[in-house]
Design a protein around this ligand. Structure first.
Ligand code: HEC
Length: 123
């Protein structure tokens, strides 16, 4: 019994370590309920509630030349979304509504990590 407990403990802590290191996991957890993140599945495409992450990357990359400005935009938008700041066309708002602020759900440091993952998509 003790052995099983120890094994469980090791497994759960290594899982936590992995999760805190993986920007993809974090992006999925914090933004993936609305934005399509990571691998595409039929289910995810059907349940889209916001533009997918590669579309966000494309907008940020076109609008801002420096990576730090792209990250700033992502952090600012996730914490203080506003239709006047939108890079996406108005139809996006009509289809999905304006994004609700994620202020109490995600920290600035976490969005920084998530941004690095999102912005790697240079399509
Ligand atoms: C509850 C659903 C929801 C969650 C969770 C969510 N978003 Fe969004 N997001 C939206 C919707 C809807 C839009 C499209 C409308 C808009 O631009 O406001 C959007 C748009 C965006 C845009 C593009 C804004 C523009 O038009 O220029 C960015 C950047 C963004 N989200 C970042 C994030 C990040 C980063 C996270 C995770 C920390 C996140 N979102 C979590 C719903 C969500």
């Amino acid at each position: 019994m003790k052995k099983i407990l120890v094994i469980c403990l090791i497994l759960s802590t290594s899982n936590m370590l992995f999760a805190s290191q993986s920007a993809e996991e974090l992006a999925n957890q914090k933004c993936g309920s609305c934005h399509l993140m990571g691998a595409i599945t039929k289910e995810k495409l059907k349940n889209m509630k916001a533009p997918p992450y590669w579309a966000i990357a494309k907008k940020a990359n076109l609008r801002y030349e420096k990576n730090e400005d792209r990250i700033k935009y992502l952090i600012d938008y996730a914490l203080n979304p506003d239709e006047d700041k939108m890079l996406f066309p108005k139809e996006t708002k009509e289809k999905f509504g304006v994004m609700p602020s994620q202020k109490d759900k995600v920290t600035e440091d976490e969005i920084k990590l998530i941004s690095e993952y999102i912005l790697k998509e240079k399509s």
